[in-house]
Design a protein around this ligand. Structure first.
Ligand SMILES: [Cu+2]
Length: 292
């Protein structure tokens, strides 16, 4: 390909990459949402800001293009000067300030809902202690999230700081199972290096940093738990944490409250069985016996 042809081709490829980049990781133009009210609020704020920015962009570009073509002058001609037009200058200063105040006000109103977890519904579960930010009625379910190179571990425990309580608590890797209609609070930690917990449809990214506990929450509407097996929300570690970072995926499976309780009980039994079998095997090996 000649350089003359290569340049337009490269420009088209660049434009396509820029247009398609958000599609790869989020919604078409706005953040993914629909799984939790905090994600919906983030999406709403983003959309409002995008619309205002688009109006400002089109307005400024429109005036610019209009001026360029309308007042096109020959070389050496002096265009009309608008410097010193007090009314115009006050107009665009006040206009910009008003836009800023409106966007800031909307953001602060929505931030409260994004940051503070809402109540669990009447049918939701209560399995958390009071060490973190809780919904107004204090009813929520807590799960400990631990980022490890290269997998997420979830411990289903009300108190993530108390290792004694955590010892017998059920756990799972990669897939977190949660009940719908329940405010789920997460204590997010990392075991080795910095990771980032991110399920796009359930809200923003939260850093998992060694030696520090981060908190977030989500509440999945009842409709997602209606079908057997529930609904799966997919995510990916969002912090470059090493060579297998790309494989550090995460899933949140939302099921009905009854299905969750059943799953949790089964999980407990399975872990206990595995531990008992492991202990028996170890004893056998240590005693030097080869018979099963
Ligand atoms: Cu990572």
């Amino acid at each position: 390909m000649t350089p003359r042809r290569a340049i337009p081709a490269l420009l088209v490829a660049l434009a396509a990459a820029l247009v398609l980049a958000p599609v790869a990781s989020a919604g078409l133009l706005t953040p993914e949402h629909g799984g939790s009210s905090n994600a919906d609020d983030i999406n709403w704020l983003y959309t409002v800001t995008l619309i205002v920015a688009a109006i400002v962009f089109l307005g400024v570009e429109g005036v610019l293009l209009y001026s360029v073509f309308k007042f096109k002058a020959r070389r050496g001609a002096v265009p009309a000067q608008i410097r010193g037009n007090t009314r115009l200058e006050i107009g665009w200063t006040v206009g910009a300030a008003v836009i800023l105040v409106i966007l800031a006000t909307l953001t602060f109103i929505k931030l409260d809902d994004i940051r503070n977890p809402p109540d669990s519904s009447a049918t939701g579960l209560q399995l958390a202690d009071s060490s973190r930010r809780l919904p107004p009625n204090g009813k929520s379910l807590n799960i400990c999230v631990n980022g490890q190179q290269y997998i997420w571990r979830y411990t289903y425990s009300a108190d993530c700081g108390d290792s004694a309580k955590n010892l017998g608590a059920p756990f799972s890797y990669e897939e977190m199972v949660v009940p719908v209609d329940t405010t789920v609070t997460l204590d997010i930690k990392a075991q080795d290096v910095a990771h980032s917990w991110w399920i796009p449809e359930l809200g923003g990214k939260f850093d998992a940093i060694p030696g520090y506990t981060n908190h977030t929450w989500f509440k999945i509407p009842a409709k997602f738990g209606a079908k057997p097996g529930g609904t799966i929300f997919y995510g990916q570690c969002a912090e470059l944490c090493g060579r297998n970072h790309a494989n550090m995926i995460a899933e949140v499976r939302a099921v009905s409250v009854a299905e969750y309780q059943q799953w949790l009980a089964q999980r407990k039994t399975d872990i206990q069985d595995a531990e008992t079998k492991g202990a028996a095997q170890r004893k056998q090996l240590e005693s030097g016996s080869t018979t099963p």
